[in-house]
Design a protein around this ligand. Structure first.
Ligand code: CA
Length: 232
């Protein structure tokens, strides 16, 4: 187990969180400034970042956006802390790529439980990108660029293949349309978010047992899509 970085400028809260994480066997470090946090994350690659929204230097949303924008830090899970409890902030946090969100005031034990849950979810053994991915009745082979469903070949467009591979490799995590555009479509800026829905519909028609009742690529109302995690 590596280190959790707690980015929080209120010393009382930071100490409390650190204390409870360490009591749960999770070594933690505290930093109170957004810019310093970014430097530290780039240098030390913590296993998870607990990130306060309101920070001096660089605020939590901007910091999260930068982490998600850089190859080296994209995979580091982030749990956002904030005093704002409106649903809109929750969505903005997830839009920026936070893995979970804990509104203040929170119980430290609840936070520790969330940290453990996110670590469990993201610690699934990282398969080398060449290895086939097998989920339920589906098997995706990146080297051969082949997908089979119950042993039968499925013919996907290049983009459908990329989208499916992305979902299968990031199971259990919710992605907004904008995030999917960023991660899967990349630099192609002429694509509008609705395109994501169209691709997902086509993909479901090819890979789901019953496309009208998807069990693999799920819609998360108001947020986006996620690939079902086998443990769910
Ligand atoms: Ca703060």
């Amino acid at each position: 187990m590596g280190t959790i970085l707690v980015v929080e400028d209120e010393p009382d809260i930071a100490d409390l969180v650190k204390y409870h994480l360490e009591k749960a066997g999770l070594p933690a470090r505290v930093v109170g400034d957004g810019k310093q946090a970014l430097d530290l994350i780039l240098r030390e690659r913590p296993d998870l970042v607990v990130l306060d929204l309101m920070l001096p230097g660089l605020d939590g949303l901007e910091l999260c956006r930068r982490l998600r924008g850089a190859q080296a830090t994209r995979g580091i899970p982030v749990i956002m802390l904030t005093a704002k409890t409106e649903e809109v902030d929750r969505i903005v946090g997830l839009e920026m790529g936070a893995d979970d969100y804990v509104p203040k005031p929170f119980s430290p034990r609840e936070l520790v439980a969330r940290v453990k849950a996110v670590l469990r979810r993201t610690a699934a053994p990282l398969e080398p990108s060449e290895a086939p991915v097998i989920v339920g009745h589906l098997r995706l082979d990146p080297t051969r660029h082949e997908v089979t469903k119950g042993g039968q070949p499925v013919f996907l467009s290049a983009m459908e293949f990329r989208l499916l591979e992305f979902f299968l490799r990031h199971r259990g995590r919710v992605y907004s349309r904008t995030q999917l555009l960023d991660y899967v479509w990349g630099q192609d800026r002429f694509v509008e978010p609705r395109t994501v829905d169209v691709h997902i519909r086509r993909l479901r028609e090819k890979v789901e047992q019953d496309p009208r009742r998807p069990t693999l690529i799920l819609t998360v109302r108001g947020l986006g899509y996620k690939c079902r995690d086998e443990k769910e």
